[in-house]
Design a protein around this ligand. Sequence first.
Ligand code: ATP
Ligand code: MG
Length: 364
Amino acid sequence: MKKEKNFEPIKESRFPISLFAIYLVVLLWMSGIHTGLIVLMNRMAWNSLVQSIIPMVYWGVVAVALTLFTRRKIRAAYEEPMHKLAQATSRVANGDFSVYVPALHTQDKRDYLDVMIMDFNKMVEELGSIETLKTDFVSNVSHEMKTPIAIIKNYAELLKADHITEEQRQEYAESIEGAAMRLSDLISNILKLNKLENQRIIPEAEAYDVCRQLCECILQFEDAWEEKEIDLETEIEDTAMVEADESLLELVWNNLMSNAVKFTEPGGTITVKQTADDNNVRISVSDTGCGMDHDSIDRIFDKFYQGDTSHSKEGNGLGLALVKRVLELSDGDIQVYSEPGKGSTFLVTLPAAKGSDKVDGGIR
Ligand SMILES: Nc1ncnc2c1ncn2[C@@H]1O[C@H](COP(=O)(O)OP(=O)(O)OP(=O)(O)O)[C@@H](O)[C@H]1O
Ligand SMILES: [Mg+2]
């Protein structure tokens, strides 16, 4: 969440200077009355005991009045806002994140207590959104698990029947195998994502040739693109060194390639291009597939987001979330250019390895 900019000066003290003036005026006034009382008592020639008791009672009353006044001020300035904050904190502790404590003053008269209250509100809002994310994540995982589990259960039931042909047995077993694979992919992607989200540095980062890795990855998809009669074009240099974790970047190319193959209709084209300069290596994966609208582009890196429902059975929508996280950890970047019906381009930028002209002990 963006931090709200506050240009108004913030009062660092809640002590009103006017209080000094009030006390001074009141005490001067009370001393005046005291002197008046003494003069009056002398004139009336009251006995000395009464003359000493009356001023004591008088100052006792003044002290009580001043104490009550000061208490009221302290209550309004500190106790009431603190009490409200304590009540709000206790509601948050019990899981209610809808709590909002209004600031005590308007924007131009804010003091440090107002700032504390506003920060508290922000904290609660953040906590609430984390809680929502957690709940969404659990419900997404449960939803993604339900379908394959139901398939396994139903086909296992069918397999138990006495009179099924060999062909049917084969078909049911394959369906169970497919659903089990889907579950296993889901769990391994969740584990990978969880590990990457808790990771801050890339431990295995070392300089390696990303062009070789790209070619190997493209070859892995050869059966898939040939089966769909998709044309594959490449413009890749001989070598380009990046400093990153090779096994993590493999996730990036695999996901981008699998998406390109998945979302491109038979007869389409996939183009993989790579360029490099002194600072960066750029790799783009373009396709002439279904493309995406603006709303989808905004959400494709969210966990479990699947825009094109016709392919939702393939995968779980975790691929691009993984890609994004890997690139964040690798100091890289990804950009998406897409138009519905025309195709998509995913452009990945990675920092080039320092001294990257050295390849396999030789100089290019
Ligand atoms: N090349 C592409 N063309 C069109 N849409 C795409 C493309 N790549 C991604 N998308 C959209 O982004 C969504 C999210 O992609 P992502 O890779 O995260 O999930 P997935 O491919 O559906 O599942 P998974 O990667 O877990 O197998 C896809 O469901 C699709 O709607
Ligand atoms: Mg994918």
